[in-house]
Design a protein around this ligand. Structure first.
Ligand code: ADP
Ligand code: MG
Length: 280
């Protein structure tokens, strides 16, 4: 993978002032406008809308006009409802990933950033430049995988744009800006739960047919929108051709998928699901 040097501009990353979403003061509730939260009070550049450099870039490219509300704030990423001239979008902004624990991701990473030994080395050594590079690659990878899966008929949000460690994708929700719930947030009746499970297995099958493993597949990362299961959250996606652990990750995905659907009352049989997927 080729890495543009401007993406490694550490000073720029350093000066990015990420809003501390975790702090109570900035806790986003309901329809509270968040444009202000990320807007400069005294903005030296009158044309830049947001304090955050990534969002400004996206705004200048015409992908984002406004952040309307927070959909979900998390330790590693926060997702917002945004808007551009075409309508709603979902904006996923990673918090500074240097605070994120990369410990657990070495097996996901295997074979991922091949082709640039400098980066591999920097990441392995845990140097600052390595971590900066890593976090940008991680987000670009999410974007790339989302596109790949979309093109291969998996029901995922359409990837729209990525800049730095923020990305914009199709908003999954209603015309009033209410986001679709995760299946894990719902208590489905039997018919609905069986249908959601069937679609989730179908999506998993397509993911695998396209040469990928999701890597974090459960009802926590599947939205339920207009009776359709929509898969989200892709930074850890694994490619069969690069990663020798892919099959183990697939078995784990099937396990967590089935386990999470059992909570919805579905008689989910892991062995059967695995067989069905591998038969493809
Ligand atoms: N495209 C989208 N449309 C609507 N809501 C979304 C979208 N993407 C993510 N969300 C919401 O944001 C939450 C977090 O997104 P996710 O990609 O799973 O990140 P993470 O789990 O790493 O915080 C999801 O559980 C979902 O509620
Ligand atoms: Mg998630």
């Amino acid at each position: 993978m080729k890495i543009a040097l401007n993406n490694l501009d550490t000073e720029d990353l350093e000066t990015q002032n990420f809003v501390k979403f975790k702090s109570k003061k900035h806790k986003l509730t309901g329809k509270q406008s968040v444009t202000q939260l990320v807007s400069r009070a005294e903005n030296p550049d009158p044309n830049s809308k947001f304090e955050n450099a990534d969002l400004n870039g996206l705004s200048k490219m015409g992908f984002l006009d406004e952040l309307i509300s927070g959909i979900k704030t998390g330790k590693e990423a926060s997702v917002f409802l945004g808007k551009n001239s075409e309508g709603f979008v979902a904006v996923k902004m990673y918090t500074d990933l240097r605070v994120r624990s990369f410990k657990r991701d070495s097996s996901y990473r295997e074979g991922r950033f091949i082709g640039d030994s400098r980066i591999e080395k920097a990441i392995d050594q845990g140097s600052k430049a390595g971590l900066d590079a890593h976090q940008i690659l991680w987000v670009q990878e999410e974007f790339r995988q989302m596109k790949h899966l979309f093109e291969h008929g998996v029901n995922v949000p359409k990837a729209i744009a990525v800049n730095g460690i923020s990305l914009i994708m199709e908003f999954i929700g209603d015309e009033n800006g209410n986001p679709a719930p995760r299946i894990s947030d719902l208590r489905m009746d039997k018919y609905e739960a069986d249908e959601a499970f069937k679609q989730s297995v179908q999506n998993l099958k397509r993911i695998v047919e396209s040469g990928r493993v999701h890597g974090d597949y459960s009802t926590f990362n599947i939205l339920w929108h207009d009776e359709k299961a929509v898969v989200i959250d892709f930074p850890q996606v694994i490619e069969f051709k690069n990663n020798p652990n892919a099959n183990a990750f697939l078995t784990r995905d099937v396990h967590s998928l089935c386990k999470s659907f059992m909570k919805q009352g579905v008689k989910a049989d892991e062995v059967r699901v695995l067989r069905e997927i591998r038969a493809g």
